[in-house]
Design a protein around this ligand. Structure first.
Ligand code: SF4
Ligand code: SF4
Length: 203
């Protein structure tokens, strides 16, 4: 197993490079991590940073430090919502979002599972896209909340009511139900194929 010695700031700790090599070779867009200069802009831009156990920047550090278990069992890689804030702001043009999804798919292939509620949200999100061809945020939220059971679901709805009202005020969520897009059946065929290739679907 190849090891290199880290910089003085790491206390001269020996780093195991085998996981970094595994990521470069086997994870979609994994090689792009080599361009990261650890500036932290992606971490500062991520709207989910409070919910993530590790920021995208930290995930890249852990990969370089050989922390395979921490990275592949991380909830951060499963939580990324593809908002693209990190990708458009990265000064080194690292496609952070692609790497995060690449890591999530790789972790799933290796038998790691997302947290139950992350899997539930993913299922409702996927169902919504499959049914409508677009996201109806309130429909996803309601189905996700009620997926916890009626009582806990109503409690979650009340806890998140202000956020929902705020989204409506900012025109990020409509009061009326969204209609399916045109040719939604064609989209479903593509989604079925993606799922068969292991590139989509809820987990
Ligand atoms: S913004 Fe880009 S260069 Fe900076 S830490 Fe994130 S991935 Fe690395
Ligand atoms: S694309 Fe993912 S990792 Fe990047 S800022 Fe958005 S949620 Fe965070």
């Amino acid at each position: 197993m190849e090891q290199v010695v880290g910089p003085k700031s790491s206390g001269g700790k020996a780093y195991d490079q085998s996981f970094a090599r595994e990521v470069y070779q086997k994870v979609d867009s994994g090689e792009e991590i080599k361009m990261c200069m650890q500036c932290g802009v992606c971490a500062g831009s991520c709207p989910l940073k409070e919910k993530m156990d590790y920021s995208p920047r930290k995930i890249f550090t852990l990969i370089r430090a050989g922390q395979r278990e921490k990275v592949l069992s991380s909830q951060a890689i499963m939580l990324c919502t593809s908002c693209y804030s990190c990708k458009v702001r990265c000064p080194r043009k690292v496609p952070v979002v692609d790497v995060m999804h690449g890591l999530a798919h790789y972790a799933l292939r290796q038998g790691y599972k997302p947290r139950e509620e992350t899997a539930l949200f993913g299922q409702k999100f996927w169902d919504n896209i499959y049914r409508l061809g677009r996201i109806d945020e309130k429909d996803v939220a309601q189905r996700y909340f009620l997926g916890h059971g009626l009582g806990p679901g109503i409690k979650l709805m009340l806890e998140n009511m202000n956020m929902g009202l705020g989204m409506m005020r900012k025109k990020r969520m409509k009061l009326l139900p969204e209609r399916p897009i045109k040719n939604v059946k064609s989209l479903r065929k593509m989604l079925d194929k993606a799922k068969a290739l292991g590139k989509g679907g809820a987990v």
